[in-house]
Every structure is written in C-alpha cells, then in structure tokens.
Design a protein around this ligand. Structure first.
Ligand SMILES: C=C1C[C@]23C[C@H]1CC[C@H]2[C@]1(C)CCC[C@@](C)(C(=O)O)[C@H]1[C@@H]3C(=O)O
Ligand SMILES: O=C(O)CCC(=O)C(=O)O
Ligand SMILES: [Fe+2]
Length: 387
C-alpha cells in the first residue's frame, strides 16, 4: 500500500478531497459534496480518489471451498461433535483465520429483519444521514466512503456503525431513537436485538475457539463477557467500473472476532494459499473471521483473516459485521497455558484494545499489516520513554 494513503489525515475535519481527475468530472466547485451512494452513482466514471492500486484489484482466482462448521452438536453438549467442530476450526484458523457456521442459534427472521432495515437508513437523503456522521477519531456513526478521513483509495461504500455492550440500557435502541428520531425506534429495537444475539453467539464461538486451542474453555468467554463491541452496517452501491474500485480494501480486522452476515450478492473475498478466493454466500450461514486482537490472544497461532469486499455494476450489496471487542482497559495477552503447550516466545507486546483502536483511528489506516505496525509503534514508544 502506498504510504501516503496509509496515514490518516491528521486533521479529522479535513476538507473533502478534490475528486477531480481523469476518472471522471465532479460537480463544479472541485470539492465533492458529502459523498453517499446517490452521489457516487451520478458520476459518469469512477472518480480518481476511488481508484485502487492494481495490486489490490487482482481478481479472485476461485471460490473458497470452506467447510461449514455445524454448531448444533456443540450447543447440545455432544462431545464428539464439539471435538469435530474444534478440529475444523483449528485447521482453518491456523491457516487463514476464517470459517463459516450453520445452526448457530441466531433467529434467521431477526437476521432478515436487520437486513431489511438497512435500506431504511442508507436510502435517506444524505443530509439526514449526515445527522449521525461519524465523529473524528470514533468508529461509530455514519460514513460516506470515509471521505473525511482519507484522500486516496476511498472505499465504494457507506457505513453505519453502532457501539454495543450488554447492560441495563438498550444502547443501540437508545442511539437510534435519540439521534434518528421516532421513525427509527423500530430499527433501533431490531439492531439492539441483533447485537444481543451476536454477542451471545460470539461468546459461544470464543468457547469453541478455546477448546480448539486446548486451553481452559472459559478463558476467552470470561475475557469477553463485558465486551464493548461494534456493529458495522455496510452498503455497497453498484459501481460503473467495478474493476477499478473496491468496497472495502484488503485488510485484517483489528478487532477480536467478526461475525459477518452477507446478503446473497457475492463480494467477500478471502486471501487463502496466496490467492484471492471468493466466499459464496450461503443462506443461513454466518461468516466468522479471526481479527488482529484475537490473533494476539493466541500469540499469533491463529491467523488474522486477510479479506476484502469487491463491488459490481449490477447489484447493490449489503453486509453487517459484528466486531467483538474487549472492554477498553483489558490487557490483551495470550493465556499462560497456551504459551506452555506450544512452548512459544511472545510474538506481540501486551496492549489494550482502546490503544489499538485509537491507533487505527488516528495513526494508521487498517490494512493487512496493522497489528505488526501497531506492535512496532508500541515498542518504539517504550524504547523512547527515557528520552
Ligand atoms: C476497528 C475497526 C476499524 C474498521 C472498523 C473496525 C474493524 C474493521 C476496520 C476496517 C473495516 C478495516 C478496513 C479499513 C476501514 C477504514 C474501513 O474500510 O472501514 C476499517 C474500519 C475503520 O477504521 O472505520
Ligand atoms: O462486506 C463484507 O463482506 C466485508 C466487510 C468487512 O470486511 C468489514 O466491514 O470489516
Ligand atoms: Fe473486515
């Protein structure tokens, strides 16, 4: 990735980039208005700011042939089924940090309802969406192509992100009601329920991950019990020249664990065996990918999944990514019994999620090397402490 695009603009309120360029003329005035799908689809060609480097645009080579992990036996306490699921998960996570689950226990009607409510927000006039615009330095709220943060390699998408943690107050429902008004009360209730279901599934997945790693099966579940997670809703409009742009560029999620719902429009690619491979959408399945923070919790034994989202010229695409994140001040380090079993030396320094999140929002645009860059940054800061 070119370094110019990797450093987040220091002034978060930077002017929107001038998208003038040989890939399309922007409405007069040079600086684009607030960018959303309606704006993007009005452009006769892909604006320069949205054109990605060729290396990131390599087409997917094949369809990912990934076993579906059936969770039914695990939920029923079936020892053999649990062992089989753990074995499948271990093999995928050691290799590329990605698997899919079925019989996950999340009500499929709730997932459908959450998908249906996406357009209620994303089809609003941009001025309405701007009312919940993402604040500088925060991953929460609305963003149109991150055009307020980056000046190149802009993603062909709009996003809406909610903060979620379990507790007496329905934080997601409250956010929608207070920020978007009465018309979005039902939407808020749907996403509140969706986040609660995702949180519970995420804790179950962390238990199965612990079993697969042969550590105390409650270790990670207890670590994430009081998680402060993020629900990221993605809307990918159709693109005039899909071979030039990307919905979400190649990256590893800095968070711990992602539970992704993708609709029936292909778009998710995963990098496996040095090839981009497309993930065929499977009705009723949920995608699970290991993020940087969980990889660090396994001392790098489980890979943080390198993935991207491509766009197309025919169909809009929608996805919802539930990002499991530990409470801010929890120290991220692998369990002692894992280090003993594997006789490992530490691969990453201790860190907190709040420091890592801040790094991704202020210092470094997440890509495929975020965790390594963050580790180097921490160690350099430690080494310079005495200066
Ligand atoms: C901590 C986060 C930063 C991002 C949202 C969550 C987890 C995934 C990250 C992201 C999607 C990785 C690709 C780049 C990014 C800027 C994006 O395209 O949205 C990242 C998110 C973000 O920084 O808002
Ligand atoms: O939309 C997708 O399929 C992937 C989105 C993603 O990777 C993300 O939001 O982190
Ligand atoms: Fe991602």
């Amino acid at each position: 990735m070119d370094s110019s695009a990797s450093v987040v603009l220091s002034s978060p309120c930077a002017k929107l980039p001038n998208l003038e360029g040989n890939h399309g003329n922007i409405e007069k005035g040079g600086v684009a208005p607030f960018i959303d799908s309606a704006f993007l689809q009005k452009q006769s060609q892909v604006p320069t700011g949205f054109v990605w480097p060729e290396a990131d645009l390599v087409s997917a080579h094949q369809e990912l042939n990934e076993p579906l992990v059936d969770l039914e036996g695990f939920f029923k306490g079936d020892v053999v089924a649990t062992e089989n699921a753990a074995k499948a998960i271990r093999s995928s996570c050691v290799s590329h940090g990605f698997f899919q689950v079925i019989n996950h226990g999340v009500d499929l009607n709730l997932i459908k309802l959450a998908d249906d409510h996406l357009d209620k927000f994303f089809k609003l006039p941009v001025e309405e969406k701007a009312k919940v615009k993402r604040c500088p330095g925060s991953p929460y709220g609305y963003s149109g192509s991150h055009a307020d943060r980056f000046s190149a390699k802009l993603p062909w998408k709009e996003t809406l992100s909610f903060a979620f943690h379990q507790g007496p107050n329905p934080v997601v429902a409250d956010f929608c009601k207070s920020k978007l008004g009465k018309d979005f009360e039902e939407t808020g209730r749907v996403y509140q329920k969706y986040c609660e279901a995702m949180h519970n599934l995420a804790l179950s997945i962390t238990e199965l991950l612990a079993i697969s790693l042969k550590v105390d099966r409650m270790h990670y579940r207890e670590f994430f019990e009081d998680a402060h997670s993020i629900l990221r809703c993605n809307f990918y409009p159709t693109c005039q020249e899909p071979s030039l742009s990307l919905g979400t560029g190649p990256h590893c999620d800095p968070i711990s664990l992602t539970i992704l719902y993708q609709d029936q429009v292909r778009g998710l690619d995963v990098f496996v065996n040095n090839l981009w491979q497309t993930v065929r959408p499977i009705q009723g399945a949920l995608v699970i990918n290991i993020g940087d923070t969980f990889s660090a919790l396994t001392n790098g034994m489980y890979k943080s999944c390198l993935h991207r989202a491509v766009v197309n010229s025919q169909k809009e695409r929608r996805s919802m990514a539930f990002f499991l994140c530990p409470r801010d001040d929890k120290v991220v380090k692998p369990p002692e019994d894992l280090l003993c079993i594997e006789g490992m030396t530490r691969k990453f320094p201790d860190f907190t999620w709040s420091d890592f999140l801040r790094f991704t929002q202020y210092n470094y645009r997440p890509d495929e090397t975020t965790l390594q860059k963050f580790s180097n940054w921490l160690l350099a800061a430690d080494n310079n402490k005495h200066l």
